[in-house]
Design a protein around this ligand. Structure first.
Ligand SMILES: C[S@@+](CC[C@H](N)C(=O)[O-])C[C@H]1O[C@@H](n2cnc3c(N)ncnc32)[C@H](O)[C@@H]1O
Length: 218
């Protein structure tokens, strides 16, 4: 059996140097997030930007729902992969970061495709369910405590063969560290088991960035 390599910073850099390239606004968002100090960690990894791009292209996705906009890196990355008539709704509760994100959407010429909604995500999800709204892809990257609720609500908002992708499912590798039993690590572990035992979807954890689970609705 061949052994898997572990992805250290050097290999990550090599991958990035030999893969798709970021556009100027994606680079600008990353530079801006650097100025925020510790919370820059919130943004998705560069490799995840490209992974989402590829999935959207090959699945011919047109309607995306995102839970967790922050300053807009994942939103812009996904929007750039959409066709001209594609649409993306992004949910966040933070007015301040949303203002910054809106500015980047304009700079990237994506503002006509993207709509943001500022309120607790759960409220928006309930409204979409009542409106019988459907999406081709839901990307979940917000408060981990509500991941299970977001997953359940997202299942109401997609048809068969559509996708739910969830970020941070490897939790910096702590999901396998038996010494780590803090609240958030436990929440992520329970969430991963919950999704994996769900007969309504099939799922694969992809070790890109902090770990993405890709679920296809059966
Ligand atoms: C990890 S960040 C999202 C990062 C983003 N996807 C990116 O690539 O830059 C999580 C976001 O979820 C938002 N959030 C946290 N709890 C929320 C809630 N209950 N409803 C809506 N948004 C929430 C935070 O304000 C934060 O902007």
């Amino acid at each position: 059996m061949s052994s898997n390599i572990s992805i250290n910073n050097e290999i990550e850099e090599y991958i990035n140097n030999h893969s798709l390239k970021l556009n100027s606004v994606q680079k600008e968002i990353i530079l801006y997030n650097e100025t925020l100090g510790k919370i820059k960690k919130m943004q998705i990894a560069v490799s995840q930007c490209h992974f989402l791009h590829l999935i959207i292209k090959i699945s011919k996705i047109k309607k995306i729902l995102e839970i967790g906009t922050f300053t807009g890196l994942s939103t812009v990355s996904m929007s750039l992969a959409l066709p001209e008539d594609g649409r993306l709704i992004s949910l966040d509760k933070n007015q301040e970061t949303n203002k910054i994100a809106l500015n980047f959407f304009k700079k990237a010429n994506q503002d006509s495709k993207i709509k943001t909604i500022i309120r607790p995500a759960f409220e928006s999800l309930k409204i979409f369910k009542d409106q019988n709204k459907k999406f081709d892809l839901v990307f979940i990257d917000a408060d981990k405590e509500n991941y299970k609720i977001y997953y359940e609500e997202s299942l109401n908002l997609i048809n068969q063969d559509s996708l739910i992708i969830i970020d941070n499912v490897l939790w910096h590798g702590e999901v396998v560290d038996k010494k780590k039993n803090d609240r958030l690590t436990t929440i992520i572990r329970e969430f991963n088991s919950y999704v994996n035992s769900d007969k309504r979807t099939e799922n694969l954890i992809i070790p890109v960035g902090d770990g993405l689970t890709v679920c296809r609705k059966l």
